[in-house]
Design a protein around this ligand. Structure first.
Ligand SMILES: N[C@@H](CCC(=O)N[C@@H](CS)C(=O)NCC(=O)O)C(=O)O
Length: 223
């Protein structure tokens, strides 16, 4: 196992849903890492992000001479470099389902992600358009089916905590904040995620945006 510390370049706690996914994985598996946080939606955000990210998006992980961007690709990298595969279910059938769901969550739900974005400080009832309703129904069905068919051995989507829970964490925050109507199994699962100590810690930081070990960056030297 490679023990050199990776460095995560992430967006701020309140808004950066994709950064949360990776940050949660690193913390859940207690992988030491350094972190540089770039505040989103500032006049110089794009310029700062461009110093690290070829896609002009966060998060980015830098490890030795390797740079990985896109939250799912980073989770995969962390899984194979530091965790010997432990961040996916160990049973092949469960793992195939978990990977399918993770990719679906990553690629789809465009209306949900746009109109119901993660905003950790917000709690509001909002109107549910027909397209959002359809996407929430699909999310609800995913959670119901996975918990019923694959959820043995724990309260996470596939029992034990896995990458798919990291991908769902920002959506769980949004579903809860915007008051989505869900089945009992989905509500219980969302509650499991929201009471995960690391996620609680992220939410506390988002509340004040006072981040742990937030670095004051010398932008001239850091790129
Ligand atoms: N596919 C990307 C999406 C990343 C993404 O949308 N990142 C947002 C923050 S959550 C971002 O960097 N936005 C740049 C900006 O707003 O300037 C991933 O999952 O990593």
């Amino acid at each position: 196992m490679n023990t050199n510390k990776p460095r995560l370049i992430s967006g701020d706690r309140n808004y950066s849903s994709s950064s949360l996914r990776v940050w949660l994985l690193l913390n859940e598996f207690e992988i030491p890492f350094d972190e540089t946080i770039i505040k989103l939606f500032q006049s110089d955000s794009v310029e700062k992000i461009a110093m690290f990210s070829p896609s002009l998006q966060l998060p980015v992980l830098i490890h030795d001479s390797i740079k990985v961007w896109d939250s799912l690709a980073i989770c995969e990298y962390i899984n194979e470099t530091f965790l010997e595969g432990l961040a996916w279910p160990q049973h092949a059938k469960k793992r195939a389902a978990a990977r399918s769901i993770a990719n679906e969550i990553h690629a789809d739900f465009q209306h949900f992600k746009k109109d119901w974005p993660m905003n950790c400080q917000l709690k509001a009832k909002v109107n549910v358009s027909a397209v959002i309703e359809k996407e929430i129904a699909r999310l609800d069905a995913i959670i119901y089916c996975c918990r019923n068919n694959f959820g043995d051995g724990g309260a996470y989507l596939f029992g034990q905590f896995s990458i798919v829970d990291c991908l769902l964490a920002p959506m769980a925050i949004a579903l809860n904040a915007y008051g989505a109507i869900l089945c009992q199994q989905s509500k219980a699962y969302i509650q499991t995620l929201l009471s995960n100590p690391n996620l609680e810690w992220w939410l506390e930081q988002a509340e004040s945006e006072i981040t742990k070990e937030l670095k004051v960056i010398d932008w001239e030297q850091t790129a």
